[in-house]
Design a protein around this ligand. Structure first.
Ligand SMILES: O=C(O)CCC(=O)N[C@@H](CCC(=O)O)C(=O)O
Ligand SMILES: [Zn+2]
Length: 335
């Protein structure tokens, strides 16, 4: 295997490779761009015009998707996977990955779309760097742009694998992309309805990519991900990389769609979330339920029919999202 295929080992060892570019026997070019960043280019004449950004480790303790990207990259570096797409592999927060923690100082996935400029520290610097890697990668005109930012969640979930689809004014969510996600094993998609500060929101809103955060199960340390089944996602990523996805229109059958009813924002240290610590994502909440309270007698009461909660987390910094209240959505507005 080409040494650059060991991007994860290089990243874990905080090691800069002496040789920055390597080429497989078949002419696939691997280029190390910086810490945790590697570009793969298909051989001359084989490129199908797709630019695919695959990121993982934006949260350092979410190891299953990191292992998945490591495996895919090994396949490329051994010549077993034959790319027809350009691919950028990114390990998002190397320092946090080395520490096995969600972040070092602050959540990097709240620092995109310019937020890093208002902040400082290792995550702010890295968010700026990740934006730049993505901006350069997606700068070639006339190509199709796709980004999957792979995560696992803090808690268990009634729906194990799902995607979050960012929002941009005037742009429709794509039916074809939803069908692709369905085929990749995602059971649900949350359609966002406002701009955000996550990595996938940045590439979607600013770089014209189709972009998604994928939640793939529960976060566990390296080597303990046997319960996270990524077979369907891996098979679809392989097809995308090798440019041999099915040509026929694929269905949305079985895919559950949700939209955001409200984001629960923690305003102060007085914030209280009235949910059990072990509540699972997608748990249903009945109308009238007092979900959270904050200072100045602020109360979050469930008013929506069919409401469910995802990512409840009272420990986030003040000013950040402490949960998302979601409701079922219809496929009506898709492009
Ligand atoms: O389990 C949790 O509470 C958080 C899981 C996680 O890291 N989710 C992402 C979602 C990003 C998005 O909204 O697209 C995050 O919170 O950064
Ligand atoms: Zn995450």
């Amino acid at each position: 295997m080409l040494a650059l295929g060991k991007l994860l080992d290089l990243t874990l060892a905080d090691h800069e490779p002496a040789e920055k570019t390597q080429v497989t026997v078949e002419g696939v070019r691997l280029r190390w761009l910086g810490e945790g960043a590697l570009e793969v280019r298909p051989p001359e004449g084989k490129d199908n015009g797709l630019d695919l950004l695959l990121s993982a480790g934006i949260h350092g303790n979410e190891t299953a998707p990191i292992e998945l990207l490591d495996e895919l990259l090994h396949g490329v570096a051994r010549g077993e996977i034959k790319p027809r797409a350009r691919v950028l592999f990114l390990f998002g927060n190397p320092e946090a990955i080395r520490k096995g923690e969600r972040y070092v100082e602050q959540d990097i996935n709240r620092l995109f779309n310019g937020r890093h400029e208002l902040s400082s520290g290792p995550e702010a610097l890295r968010a700026a760097e990740l934006e730049q890697f993505a901006r350069v990668f997606f700068s070639l005109p006339g190509r199709t742009r796709l980004h999957y930012d792979l995560h696992t969640a803090i808690r268990g979930s009634k729906i194990e694998q799902f995607a979050l689809y960012p929002y941009k004014e005037g742009r429709r969510h794509s039916r074809r992309e939803l069908a692709r996600l369905n085929a990749a094993g995602m059971e649900a998609v949350l359609l966002q309805n406002k701009s955000s500060i996550t990595f996938s929101a940045f590439t979607y809103e600013q770089l014209e990519a189709e972009a998604f955060t994928l939640e793939l199960g529960k976060a566990r340390p390296f080597g303990h991900n046997q319960q996270v089944n990524l077979d369907r996602l891996q098979a679809r990523l392989l097809q995308i990389i090798e440019g041999n996805e099915p040509e026929r229109e694929e269905s949305l059958d079985g895919l559950q769609l949700f939209s955001v009813a409200r984001e629960i924002i923690k305003h102060s240290d007085n914030f209280h979330l009235h949910l059990p610590a072990d509540i699972e994502n997608f748990s249903e909440l009945s109308k009238g339920y007092l979900l959270a309270e904050d200072l100045a007698e602020m109360r979050w009461v469930v008013e929506e029919e069919g409401a469910r909660i995802i990512f409840p987390n009272p420990k986030v910094r003040n000013g950040l999202r402490a949960g998302i209240l979601i409701v079922p959505a219809l496929a009506g507005e898709l492009g």
